[in-house]
Design a protein around this ligand. Structure first.
Ligand code: UTP
Length: 293
């Protein structure tokens, strides 16, 4: 039966055009939700799910991500000298074990499938998780994160798995859309997958969001380098080609997902994450309630 998922790919090679000018010289994945960059939430979610190796597929202008996950000796020395112990704990606690973080350059933003394929030599012949940091998922209180829920379910099924949620029917052209089959617990069989269909062509309103567990056969498909929607090499196209050859499920996770690649999702995430924090919830909700909108 399936093993644990030890490696995760974080594709961070996109251009982030919807967030210009903020993303002109700063990666979209470094946008903070309250006080933590999007990419750190994704890394922590992966670690909670048992991931031990973190592979970032980066592009031009993404070096801030590398710096974020590296020691800043100068900062740590200064914090120590000034007795700022809790700030020091924050920056030290987020460090991963030496040698567990790797960076690969995508060279050109040819699509999500291309970004994942760029990591092939670091993955080898084993299943891997893929997390898109701009899809931020706030776990339900007391529940595990989205990837941890998926890994638990995947232990029973193996194969390929995507995080899935229902979207408004007029939004299907922004997502990969699932033709659902049999349902068991949080899992729905994926009978077909279409990338960004117009509402009139969509088989359902069950959409793929940015968490995947993929088996090695997907890399064989990605190697074909076929272009799909938007002229990009799409991960969903290669997943769809594996239907019938490996199990494929959508996992209806319990958390709340925010599309932080869009301005609206980013603003909503900041509010909900602030309200979920013990140190901010009380003062922030008092302030929010006093506003006249
Ligand atoms: P998006 O569709 O959000 O594209 O990518 P984008 O370029 O990041 O942002 P916009 O639309 O221009 O504002 C979905 C995910 O796939 C990654 C992105 O970093 C993001 O996590 N991606 C996309 C790559 O890593 N490489 C690519 O070539 C394309």
């Amino acid at each position: 039966m399936p093993q644990a998922i030890k490696k995760a790919i974080f594709p961070v090679g996109g251009l982030g055009t919807r967030f210009l000018p903020a993303t002109k010289s700063m990666p979209k994945e470094m946008l903070p939700i309250v006080d933590k960059p999007l990419i750190q939430y994704a890394v922590e979610e992966a670690a909670e799910a048992g991931v031990e190796e973190f592979i970032f597929v980066t592009g031009r202008g993404k070096s801030a991500i590398e710096d974020h996950f590296d020691h800043s000796t100068e900062l740590e020395d200064t914090l120590a000298a000034r007795g700022k112990d809790s700030a020091l704990d924050v920056v030290r606690a987020m460090m991963r074990e030496p040698g567990s973080v790797a960076y690969i350059r995508q060279q050109e933003p040819a699509g999500l499938g291309h970004a994942v394929w760029c990591a092939r030599h670091l993955i080898g012949d084993q299943p891997v998780a893929v997390l898109l940091a701009d899809d931020l998922i706030l776990p339900q209180k007391g529940k595990p994160g989205c990837l941890a829920e998926m890994v638990t379910a995947w232990q029973e099924t193996g194969g390929n798995m995507v995080a899935a949620m229902e979207v408004a029917p007029d939004q299907t052209s922004s997502y990969g859309i699932i033709t659902p089959g049999k349902t068991k617990g949080i899992l729905t069989e994926v009978n077909e997958l279409v990338e960004k269909p117009q509402p009139k062509d969509a088989p359902s309103n069950l959409a793929v969001v940015g968490r995947y567990i993929i088996e090695p056969g997907v890399f064989t498909e990605l190697a074909q380098q076929n272009r799909g929607a938007g002229g990009e090499i799409q991960l969903t196209d290669s997943l769809a080609k594996r239907i019938g050859q490996a199990p494929f499920h959508g996992a209806l996770f319990s958390g709340e997902r925010f599309d932080c690649g869009s301005k609206l999702g980013f603003l909503q995430a900041n509010i909900q994450f602030a309200l979920s924090r013990d140190d901010l919830a009380s003062d922030f909700s008092t302030w929010l309630k006093a506003q006249t909108f």
